[in-house]
Design a protein around this ligand. Structure first.
Ligand code: PAF
Length: 278
């Protein structure tokens, strides 16, 4: 696997791939601290016939002032070894000054989608995500970009950007990978202490139960209210648990095709996200 840290090297590596007739390139954008979920995206993109590039960049513009930017886990040597093992051909590890050089003045705001749910709790978060992903797509020029289902709202924001800006890239979603007890894999799970880790799978269990009740015809409002109470009783501080349309993310008062449950909750100082289709 080739590891590149400068734009001119990225361009050379990209040109070499194109010259080799390996036209179909997939990008897996990451912030590092890789887990099986990321690696499954690399493997799935390869299985779909792409040459795979992954980016590792802890993007400062998507972190709020009191969030974990400085303590976000960074271990590029370990991440690169894992990527190489998963069959990644190219790792792109830019510096902050490469992504946001002096004079940089363009940020991408996706109206509506960016300000609800996760965007309401983390103002500016999706502005940072949309901007950095557009930059990465512009730099790497992939045919497809792969993202994890767990960050469902992020995927909808990125799809909107790609569509609105006519970016010639297919946005692909890979399924959430879970620990044996159902906890969705996330780089932030390592922040959980032992007691929090033991409680964490409740989030997924509650989503599954809520889905089953809704499918069985239970009323949406009362079912969500009961599920929120179960999470609070289990020690979670809930940011949201909502039934939404999977594309517009508009709240649904009744079950519809394309309905999805989205949840975010804190255990101690760690925020956990989860989502399932209904
Ligand atoms: O999901 C992530 O890890 C990040 O939000 C992303 C897409 C790499 C952009 O920084």
């Amino acid at each position: 696997m080739q590891i590149v840290r400068h734009l001119h090297d990225l361009r050379a590596a990209r040109a070499a791939l194109a010259e080799g007739g390996r036209a179909s390139l997939a990008l897996v954008p990451t912030m590092g601290a890789l887990h099986e979920g990321h690696l499954s995206l690399v493997r799935a993109a390869r299985a779909a016939g792409h040459v795979v590039a992954a980016s590792i960049f802890v993007n400062p513009t998507q972190f709020g002032p009191n969030e974990d930017f400085t303590r976000y886990p960074r271990d590029p040597a370990r991440d690169c070894a894992l990527l190489a093992d998963a069959g990644c051909a190219l790792a792109w590890l830019p510096e902050v000054a490469t992504m946001y050089p002096p004079g940089d003045a363009t940020m991408i705001d996706v109206a509506g989608l960016s300000t609800v749910l996760e965007g309401a709790v983390r103002p500016g978060h999706y502005r940072g995500v949309a901007t950095v992903v557009a930059k990465l797509l512009g730099q790497v020029g992939p045919n497809a970009a792969w993202f994890g289902e767990k960050d469902w709202q992020q995927v909808q924001v990125i799809r909107r950007v790609a569509s609105d800006l006519f970016l010639p890239v297919e946005i692909v979603v890979g399924p959430t990978l879970r620990e044996a007890d159902g906890l969705a894999m996330s780089s932030r799970n390592r922040y959980l202490d032992a007691a929090e880790r033991a409680r964490a799978p409740l989030l997924h269990r509650v989503l599954l139960r809520t889905r089953d009740e809704l499918r069985a015809g239970a009323p949406v409002g009362a079912t969500l209210a009961a599920s929120r109470q179960t999470l609070a009783a289990g020690g979670f501080v809930l940011d949201y648990l909502e039934l939404v349309d999977e594309t517009s993310l508009a709240p649904l008062a009744a079950l519809d095709s394309g309905a999805r449950l989205l949840a975010a909750a804190r255990l101690g100082t760690t925020r956990l996200l989860d989502t399932i289709g209904v």
